[in-house]
Design a protein around this ligand. Sequence first.
Ligand code: ADP
Length: 697
Amino acid sequence: SKGKFPSNTHNETKHNAPNPSIQLVKRRDALLPGRKSLPIWPHAESIRSALRKNNVLVLTGETGSGKSTQVPQFLTSEPWCTKCIAITQPRRVAAISLARRVAEEMGSLMGNQSPAAKVGYSVRFDNASGPNTRVKFLTEGMLLQEMLRDANLEQYSAIVVDEVHERSVNVDLILGFLKELVARGMGKRKHPLKVVIMSATADVDALVNFFDQNADSNTGSSANSADNSAATEPVDSKSVSKCFVEGRQYPVKMTYLPNPTQDWVESALKLIFQIHYKEPLPGDILVFLTGQDTIESLEKLVNDYAEGMDKDVPKLLALPLFAALPQHAQQRIFEPTPNRTRKVILATNIAETSVTVPGVRFVIDCGKSKIKQFRNRLGLESLLVKPISKSAAIQRKGRAGREAPGQCYRLYTEEGYAEMEERTTPEILRCDLSHAILTMKARGIDDVLSFPFLDRPPREALEKALLQLLHLGALTDTGSITESGSRIAKLPLTPTLGRVLVEAVEQDCLGDAIDIVSALSVENIFLNLVTEERKEEAEEARRELFRREGDHMTLLVTVQQYAEEHADRKLWCQKHFVSHRAMQNVMNIRKQLHEQCKRLGLSVSEERPPPSDAHTKAILHCLLKGFISNTARLMPDSSYRTLMGNQTVSIHPSSVIFGRKTEGIVFTEFVFTGKAWARGVSAVQLDWITEVVESIM
Ligand code: ADP
């Protein structure tokens, strides 16, 4: 900041502005001692020599030991490292915050700030890497997209696959592709591709065996220990090194509830204040909750109660942490706690292993998380609140003992813990696989059934996904990828949303379809209102945006009116009870999708046709092409029944057509809370549905 540095040089500007590079270097040097005290630091040399010896290294170490931030920096000066190092993350939040941290540690700007910057990141709809980026954090999805353009990952010297224990579908695909790449050997490369697999849990053997090409012919494990490797030995391209970084963990005292509870927001609230009144500072509290909704309600409660505290009691600072939170708000959890204040971080399972929050001594764990689950009976994927696994509960507890002895309060009973599953089922065994399979097909893998999966999904799930892709016109009936399929695979969207855009080209409404898809790609553009009074007020204010055709046309009108508002967009949002932050995201995504479509040769016509029934029908037809599995018809008893699964669904109360009866509906989201809800709903005629069904049969 201004005036921080003495103006002792002659070439400073007359405003005394500090030289940014001096600031960067000062910051870099200030961070070095902390880095040197991380548990991974003494392993730097053995990590380097392991990778000189073998091309694959499996590295395990406790969360916070320094894997994500330090490993790439250990490798940049290696002789084989002539290009960029990629580090993958399951979540964009983590990719961005790690890149920022590593840029500071390396004394570099971010890739989008200067062409000389050495550190960058790439997440969906936001690329901050430059021509000289040497360390690039990217989401798993982005690496997969890059693999479709550059099959051999020529631009990288090493791929570091981080957070493998999370076992997202994407990480499983990356592992399969990398196994094949490593086995293929050097190709046109001057140096072989190096691969580092990093995990916070210690089930190393499965990963070592997966990559170890000797394991197929040899009996037993032929993995080499990193410690007895010598740099002069020839590279053994077939073997795998392993390395274990022991963490620093202080004892954590455990408290269970005597009786199970359903109301963990209430229980967490009580505990937060109990800890705050009883325990001395410093010592921040980390609360694990299920999602944005519960986090926001607890945040409000904490703030309300904190207002009523006596003046002599230290302050409480509630900080939410979830994926959809804007960057600057996320960064606040890393800022030092102000004097006489206790931070309460309200987080989803992001804080389990992905993001390490400093200063935490107390953990409150609700024992639940929201997970994606494919509901076979319904043929639909949805988010469900489920008990976590023992291994996740142990990770959560561990967050309390990183810097000093701590305490963990579990909002469940000891019996409840005993009933939890040992570890979380990998996503690939419980999710819709159509995106994964389309990615494989686009990469030229014909026989997806023989893909090297770390855990093989059930045949039934693979076949369902193949059928879904056939319905989307992405595959032919013999299973090869179609031209639309290749286009869909290259769009950073689910196959269903991708299909909507590809169809919109045919129907000459791509611009409108992009507007709708952009709005569907953010959480919720309409503010959630708590009181009845505010709800009525909002309904009145939004009336001019609402369209009787349903939520999608309403989104379209909202995006277009916002885009046309040039005077004061913030005010416009306030007036219409629309989230300005969400709309800024929508506009960003919209811009990116326009660019992506242009790159794929899908043209958006400048002229938007005036609103007409025919045009509306064309737009809804595109939605039907993508979401034909999400259609339902009105039954004589006034319920809606899905056409493809014959399941009952209800229109969600948040829909503009809630309470209306219409012969058919198409919906873009399915939520299950006690009963099955269709969210994001449009009214359609039955013969429009039939038309689309016939075209795919
Ligand atoms: P691991 O990958 O083993 O979990 P990390 O490399 O992510 O460990 O973290 C090492 C240390 O760096 C931790 O103490 C963490 O708090 C700190 N750190 C990571 N990201 C940031 C950030 N964005 N801001 C400040 N500190 C950070």
